[in-house]
Design a protein. Structure first.
Length: 135
C-alpha cells in the first residue's frame, strides 16, 4: 500500500488503515530522522485506544503503552551497535508478550527476524510531503 502525507490530519487515515491490516505483532518503521515515525506511532496508539502519552524512545530504547487489545512496545534501535545489544534489552521477551511491537531503526535486528512474520512501513520525507509504503 502507498500513501502520501500532505497534512497532519492525513496521519489519522493511515493509522486507521494500518490497524485494519495488522496481521502480525511486529511493525518495522523505516525512515530518515524527522520522517514521522514517532508521529505515526502517536496516531496509531491513539487509534488503538491508548490514553498514554507517546514519546520517542530514543533514549529509553523501549517505551511501553497500554491499549484495550494489550501491551504495545515502541522501540528505537538507532543507538544499538550490534545484535547482542538487541538481545540484551530482552527483545524476544517483548515479542512474545505483546499485542504489537513497533520497531524504529530495525536494521541492526532485521536479519534475525528471518522466519518471523512482520509488517514494514517506510516513510520518506520528500521535503513537501511524506511518501509512505506499508506491507
Amino acid at each position: 500500500m502507498q500513501f502520501t502525507i500532505q497534512h497532519m490530519e492525513d496521519w489519522q487515515n493511515i493509522a486507521e488503515t494500518v490497524i485494519s491490516k495488522l496481521e502480525h505483532n511486529i511493525l518495522l518503521l523505516k525512515g530518515n530522522l524527522g520522517a514521522g515515525k514517532t508521529t505515526f506511532t502517536q496516531f496509531l496508539l491513539k487509534n488503538l485506544g491508548s490514553t498514554d502519552e507517546v514519546n520517542s524512545p530514543t533514549y529509553s530504547i523501549v517505551n511501553e503503552y497500554s491499549t484495550p487489545k494489550g501491551k504495545v512496545y515502541h522501540f528505537d534501535l538507532y543507538r544499538l551497535k550490534n545484535i547482542e545489544e538487541v538481545y540484551d534489552i530482552g527483545m524476544e521477551e517483548y515479542l512474545d508478550h505483546s499485542f504489537l511491537c513497533i520497531i524504529e531503526w530495525p536494521e541492526v535486528y532485521e536479519e534475525d527476524l528471518y522466519g518471523l512474520k512482520y509488517h514494514e512501513m517506510s516513510i520518506i520525507n520528500t521535503g513537501e510531503n511524506r511518501e509512505i509504503s506499508f506491507d
